[in-house]
Design a protein around this ligand. Structure first.
Ligand SMILES: NC(=O)c1ccc[n+]([C@@H]2O[C@H](COP(=O)([O-])OP(=O)(O)OC[C@H]3O[C@@H](n4cnc5c(N)ncnc54)[C@H](OP(=O)(O)O)[C@@H]3O)[C@@H](O)[C@H]2O)c1
Length: 305
């Protein structure tokens, strides 16, 4: 099969090449999915799991990409819950070969059904950003109606999902980002916008929940805005700051079929809009994943129509 592979950590995304790889076998509880569209997170080359397996052994050449939408073509021994021919979307294991390929072997529990009226490109854009927003807001942040949420990077892949889901939950959302992101963030539902390069973050006043996708100084300054009993949720590593009288949580997104189905349902009925910045073919993936200009939203690789 054709796949994007990486062998050199120091080279980053520039080290990606299009190569021929063997089709993966289906292990116990696995599914083979013929991939129609694949999502990629730009920081993947910095994750140890891109380079090593669970016992820390080198697993290069590895295939990056952890989001997929496609069709099930085979089942491993004992696999239940999905069937051959079914349209699915899902989040692939961090330590196994990923989804920038024509096929992937993936555990069935990492997949959810993709309804026929949702495009594969849309499906592939949802697993990481949708589940990260869902779990950060509802599982770790326990957001409630009437609370205020500071959604960093609100025009980005995760932040745009955070903004929409928090609004739907009845929260008041203050989005942040670059000056050029203001209208995009407001269009996704942010009620206010802070341009982090030019506005004073401290003018926001108190908030109940900070959803951090940036880290460093922005995270530290945000933590001090959190009201008593509030929460800092971050997805960029162990928190470097804590609210004076609240919780700080960092987490890595997990596959969850029920949550993924909730997200897809919201896309179908118009409550949630995905944030795709560019779509390219697998043949053009290396160039598309090494953009020369800033792209807002996810780059999706359309592997087959
Ligand atoms: N732990 C997890 O499970 C998990 C899951 C998903 C994502 N993540 C991490 O979350 C981060 C965001 O992911 P994403 O897919 O949402 O990325 P993204 O689509 O690039 O969104 C990030 C947004 O924040 C903006 N931003 C970043 N730094 C900024 C700064 N200093 N000032 C103003 N705006 C800034 C970006 O603008 P620019 O493009 O101009 O910088 C972009 O609009 C990544 O580090 C990713 O690895 C973690």
């Amino acid at each position: 099969m054709k796949a994007i592979v990486v062998t050199d950590q120091a080279a980053g995304t520039a080290g990606m090449t299009l190569a021929e790889r063997p089709e993966p076998p289906a292990a116990i509880n696995d599914v083979i999915v013929q991939i129609h569209a694949s999502g990629f997170v730009p920081t993947e080359m910095a994750w140890p799991s891109t380079w090593t397996d669970r016992t820390d052994r080198d697993r290069t050449p590895s295939i990056p990409g952890h989001e997929l939408a496609g069709v099930v073509t085979a089942l491993g021994y004992g696999t239940t819950g999905v069937s051959v021919g079914q349209r699915v979307l899902g989040l692939a294991d961090w330590h196994r070969d990923g989804t920038l390929a024509e096929c992937v072997a993936i555990e069935a529990r990492n997949l959810a059904p993709l309804p026929g009226d949702v495009d594969f490109t849309v499906g592939a854009s949802l697993p990481i950003s949708g589940l990260t927003a869902w779990q950060g807001l509802f599982v770790h942040g326990r957001v409630q109606a009437g609370q205020s949420v500071l959604a960093h990077g609100a025009a980005g892949a995760v932040g745009s999902m955070v903004t929409q889901l928090a609004r739907e939950a009845g929260a008041y959302v203050i989005g942040t980002g670059r000056a050029a992101d203001r209208q995009t963030a407001l269009d996704f539902g942010a009620q206010e916008f802070i341009d982090l390069d030019n506005d004073a973050l401290e003018d926001v006043g108190g908030v109940d929940l900070v959803f951090d996708v940036i880290g460093s100084d922005i995270q530290k300054r945000s933590a001090s805005l959190i009201r008593t009993g509030g929460t800092l949720v971050t997805v960029v590593g162990p928190p470097e700051a804590r609210p004076a009288d609240g919780l700080a949580v960092d987490f890595v997104v997990e596959a969850d079929r029920a949550q993924l189905s909730e997200i897809v349902q919201r896309v179908r009925d118009g409550r949630l809009r995905t944030n795709i910045g560019n779509v390219a073919t697998l043949d053009d993936a290396v160039a598309a994943l090494n953009p020369t200009e800033r792209i807002n939203g996810k780059t999706i690789i359309s592997v087959r129509p």
